[in-house]
Ligand binder design. Structure first.
Ligand code: NAD
Length: 536
């Protein structure tokens, strides 16, 4: 990259198409092999640049509405055969994917870091999470999907069974913050349940999503089962909602609302994994140093661009000063950077838009009287979108960062005097995604957790304990979402329940010319008897 292009923040990213001194971040034939998979006939492309030095990465082919229809028809065709494939075979394909993900982790991590600018350790966790998801659903396939007998209307006479039938083709619309996890983790249970997928990953992180699709092929999923389309959210995302049998959306609450309306119009289901303004509570008996170390993870993982990361820290009066000292000094010790190096503790934000939001929230808070305990500025010397991990005190309700999601490395500290007050303030606002409680007494932590209106609560951990426990459903209460990923809920959402009941020997109707009145008496007597026998 030329000297005068060294700061893409001010000069714009270098583009080798127009600047012979600029260099692509990735080998062009490697990129072409990935982008070939996009269903696209528009002839249009979108240039993608890396947050690492602004290096150009790709010109990504864009899909039109016709391409999305074509993707759905290919997916529908593949789905019919896939749904008839034995469950054990589908599960074995997921287990092969598990191993391929671990084997190919360096390549995956490189690409995630190129596209997102995140720290390498954060990118590794994506690989681990998707592998965990693949293994969990493969090993629990029968538990979640097998047909089961239920009690019939009359013992012996009525046999009833319940089947799980795939929805058909699932549309998956995902954001950029976890390019690999968000591209794959919701789709794996959909495939296992016998569905096909049409995926629209975010425009900034298409390459990782395409590599993920390539790994699905390598694991042995039928080639047309997972379609990828690219393009602007409202158009291409809208076409996905129009063609899908079910929609899985992850992104902002504002877009989630639009998608919910569109799905309601078509009478199809959707799951919505949306934003949060997550609270962390440090109780008076917490191990202050463990909590401070946990808070660094809770707040600054993925530079705060993590739906379950903490943006509000409530600390008990008795430990407030000690906690703040420990937390701020640990924050100041973090290594920042935008590179492929494992030594980076906190990486870059992904884009100028993210940097703008973070800068605006901090400047607004400071202008209205908040104090910056550490951080509070961009670091263009380290990368175009790097922003320092920032701790604020004195944040009040008139400031943007009080109740709105920043989705960046900024946290507000609040002192509390009683647990009731801490719980009440945690439950304030429209969100209810994730919370974290720190205490030396696990039972007390769990009791406080039960009072917090969030879909997941971690005791003595930030978010990893729930996120990594694949049997535990994950999702939001209130305006943080609808539906759950992970666990039984995470796969059952992709199935229709079909009940089949077979009546034997006698009909459910008056027998042998019996009058309706006599039949009602006989039925009433049998209902009383079944109740006495304790039948459900
Ligand atoms: P976003 O809503 O702007 O975009 C998400 C996806 O939706 C992208 O692929 C985008 O192209 C697409 N899209 C945009 N408008 C659309 C429309 N009208 N119709 C259909 N698709 C459309 O969100 P974002 O800013 O990219 O992502 C960050 C947000 O995602 C944050 O609020 C974060 O909390 C949330 N998030 C939530 C979870 C969770 O599990 N709850 C996980 C990750 C991110």
């Amino acid at each position: 990259m030329s000297e005068q292009r060294a700061n893409p923040l001010t000069d714009g990213p270098a583009d080798p198409e127009h600047d012979s001194t600029a260099a692509y971040g990735l080998d062009r034939s490697y990129v072409a092999a990935l982008t070939r998979r996009i269903v696209s006939t528009t002839g249009e492309t979108r240039a993608v640049f890396s947050p690492i030095g602004g290096a150009p990465l790709a010109h990504v082919p864009q899909s039109g509405a016709g391409d999305v229809s074509e993707a759905f028809s290919r997916a529908r065709h593949a789905q019919a055969a896939w749904a008839a494939t034995p469950l054990d075979e589908r599960a074995a394909t997921l287990l092969r994917l598990h191993d391929i993900l671990l084997d190919r982790q360096e390549e995956l991590i490189d690409l995630v870091v190129w596209e997102s600018g995140k720290a390498r350790k954060d990118a590794y966790l994506e690989v681990a999470h998707v592998a965990l998801t693949a293994r969990y659903y493969a090993r629990t396939a029968h538990e979640h999907l097998d047909s089961r007998r239920v009690g019939g209307m009359f013992p012996v006479l009525t046999r009833a069974e319940v089947h799980r039938v795939p929805k058909g083709v699932v549309g998956i619309i995902s954001p950029w913050n976890y390019p690999l996890t968000m591209a794959l983790c919701d789709g794996l249970p959909a495939l296992l349940a016998g569905n096909a997928v049409v995926a629209k990953p975010d425009a900034q992180t298409m390459l990782t999503a395409l590599l993920a699709a390539q790994l699905l092929d390598e694991a042995g999923f039928p080639p047309d089962l997972w379609q990828v389309v690219a393009g602007p959210g409202p158009e291409v995302g809208g076409a996905i909602v129009a063609g899908a049998d079910y929609v899985c959306f992850t992104g902002s609450t504002a877009t989630g609302r639009t998608i919910a309306r569109q799905c309601a119009e078509r009478l199809i289901g959707c799951s919505l994994e949306l934003g949060g303004k997550n609270p962390m509570l440090v109780l008076r008996d917490a191990d202050v140093h463990r909590a401070a170390e946990g808070a660094v993870r809770a707040v600054f993982s993925n530079a705060g661009q993590l739906c379950v990361s903490m943006e509000r820290l409530f600390v008990a009066d008795q430990v407030y000063d000690r906690f703040v000292d420990a937390f701020v000094s640990r924050t100041q010790a973090m290594t920042l950077g935008a590179s492929q190096d494992w030594s980076v503790d906190m990486g870059s934000l992904i884009s100028q838009a993210q940097l703008d939001t973070v800068t605006r929230h901090v400047e607004d808070a400071v202008a209205k009287g908040a104090r910056v305990l550490t951080g509070g500025r961009a670091r263009p010397d380290l990368g175009p979108f790097v922003y320092e991990p920032t701790v604020l005190e004195g944040v009040s309700a008139d400031m943007e960062c009080f109740g709105k999601e920043t989705f960046g490395p900024v946290v507000s500290l609040y002192r509390f005097h009683s647990e009731d007050e801490a719980v009440e303030r945690s439950n304030d606002g429209m969100y209810g995604l994730n919370a974290s409680v720190w205490t030396r007494d696990g039972a007390r932590g769990r009791a406080v957790a039960r009072r917090i209106r969030c879909g997941t609560v971690n005791v003595n951990e930030a978010y990893g304990a729930t996120f990594g426990s694949l049997g535990a459903p994950m999702g939001g209460m209130r305006e943080s979402g609808m539906g759950r990923r992970q666990g039984a809920e995470g796969i059952h959402r992709y199935t229709e329940v079909q009940s089949v009941a077979t009546q034997r020997l006698v009909p459910i109707a008056p027998l042998f010319g019996m009058s309706e009145e006599t039949n009602a008496k006989v039925l009433t007597a049998s209902l009383r008897l079944l109740n006495k026998l304790g039948r459900a």
